[in-house]
Write a protein that binds this ligand. Structure first.
Ligand code: ATP
Ligand code: MG
Length: 450
């Protein structure tokens, strides 16, 4: 390798994003809200591996889905020849884990997960190759009640996040038998209008004609609008289930529209399917998709276990949160520790630990390549840190057993520097904070240890 090559910058993988510190508060707020909403409905978290056997997705998602056809990061483990895939979604992994560990032995389970997913798509706004999902899987529930509860949970999440204008579309895609009858008629219909089908639709005509209904091609809209509707093929049980879902949504004041063309990508879905959609994100407007997948556990070799779930696209939802105009400022520390000389820094380390014991967030000034830095340059750092206080320990302070506490945001005319006995620094700062010298700071976490 040539010298110039060695020092060339390596950049990240296309379509895979870094979440930088400036965005971290937004992610944290989202994650905390999600956790508390899911907990409030009795869901328990499950964490499954990012890598699964390729066969899991090939079998679970169906061979003719977009994901399995062209989006999977699959590879051979060169150490042992195993066929592996970076998970493109989590339902298959969660169901595998539930089955492997017999999680439903004592009844149905409400589970949730969060984490990165991988799909080899064309990167664009709202569509990445590594993206994140938060999802819920209710495993072992048969009725329309859980379908409605999952939808209700999403509504609460949007409300708690302060998001408006996310609309709900629902549909029922019936069971395999009903879809088969519809499929036959659908193929016949499209065969009659073959000249209007685009290449994608031609390709899917016999493999997955239902997916043609999902086309985003504007020139095919009229054709798919007039196609036979799966809803008209539902038997009595499927219809009753769908009506049950609607009844609960109506009485719980959750607005929805029925979209007879809503089908969802994966093969394992049946009956209820739903999507949450916004118009604020351009063409990548679906922020959450879900539905019932009664056949999946059996497809993986388990006992019949009716189930239902959803997945939220985190990046799209965060973009919505940003668009709402709310600010998500980075958290700032309470105290910046400034020191001159080795003895002073040793003392500052001790003071810093005591402050943290009391619940304060503390940043120690540490040396850079330019050294520990002058008093002036340390104070500059203290200022830039956003800390409410600087605790300054220099040679004079060491000699007198004190520290100087500087109020970085003192009002005009207010004394802004205090000499405090080293042993009283914690007490002094807690008093300052509780006493209101630091109104705009969130100090619920200060607790007294003495
Ligand atoms: P689309 O039709 O947009 O490709 P999908 O049907 O493939 O969506 P699902 O598999 O249902 O999507 O995933 C659930 C949610 O995850 C989507 O509604 C979306 O918000 C998000 N999502 C899916 N793929 C991506 C991606 N490549 N980048 C970012 N978010 C994604
Ligand atoms: Mg997709």
């Amino acid at each position: 390798m040539s010298e110039s090559k060695k020092t060339e910058k390596i950049v990240g993988v296309k379509g895979m994003n870094d979440v930088l510190p400036a965005d971290a508060p937004l992610w944290e707020l989202f994650e905390n809200t999600v956790q508390s909403v899911l907990k409030s409905y009795g869901f328990q978290q499950i964490r499954t591996p990012i890598v699964e056997p390729t066969a899991l997705f090939a079998r679970g998602l169906g061979a003719v889905t977009d994901i399995v056809e062209k989006e999977m990061y699959s590879f051979t483990d060169s150490m042992n020849g195993d066929q592996l895939t970076l998970r493109p979604e989590s339902t298959a992994g969660v169901v595998r884990a539930a089955l492997e560990h017999n999680l439903t032995y004592d009844g149905p389970k409400r589970l949730w997960y969060a984490g990165p997913m991988f799909r080899h798509e064309r990167p664009q706004r709202g569509r990445y190759r590594q993206f994140h999902q938060v999802g819920a899987e209710a495993i072992g529930f048969a009725g329309p009640d859980i379908d409605a509860e999952l939808i209700m949970l999403c509504q609460r999440l949007w409300d708690d996040l302060g998001l408006e204008g996310i609309r709900l579309e629902i549909n029922s895609i019936g069971d395999a038998e009903e879809r088969k009858r519809h499929r036959d008629d659908l193929i016949a219909y499209f065969e009659q209008h073959r000249e209007q089908l685009d290449a994608d639709a031609q390709r899917r005509l016999y493999s997955n004609p239902l997916r043609i209904l999902d086309t985003k091609n504007p020139t095919m809209q009229e054709l798919v609008n007039a196609a036979p509707k799966l809803l008209d093929y539902l038997g009595e049980e499927s219809r009753a289930h769908f009506e049950g879902v609607q009844r609960i949504l109506r009485s719980s004041n959750i607005p929805f529209t029925i979209n007879p063309r809503l089908v969802r990508g994966m093969d394992y879905y049946n009956r209820t399917v739903f999507e949450w959609i916004t118009d604020q994100l351009g063409s990548q407007g679906t922020v959450c998709g879900g539905g019932r997948y009664d056949p999946l556990v059996e497809m993986f070799g388990g006992k019949p276990t009716p189930s239902c779930g959803f997945a939220i696209g985190v990046e799209r939802l965060l973009e919505l949160m940003k668009a709402s105009g709310e600010q998500f400022p980075p958290s700032q520390c309470d105290v910046y520790l400034v020191h001159q000389g080795e003895a002073a820094q040793l003392e500052a380390f001790v003071v810093g630990e005591r402050l943290r014991d009391a619940g304060l967030d503390v940043v120690m000034h540490c040396a850079t390549a330019a050294g520990a830095g002058s008093f002036k340059s340390q104070m500059k750092r203290a200022d830039a840190s956003g800390a409410a206080f600087a605790v300054i320990i220099g040679e004079d302070e060491i000699a007198s057993g004190t520290a100087s506490v500087k109020l970085m945001r003192a009002a005009e005319g207010e004394a802004n520097q205090h000499s405090v006995a080293i042993d009283s620094v914690v007490e002094f700062l807690v008093e300052q904070i509780v006493g209101g010298h630091d109104h705009d700071h969130d100090h619920e976490h200060v607790h007294y240890k003495h």
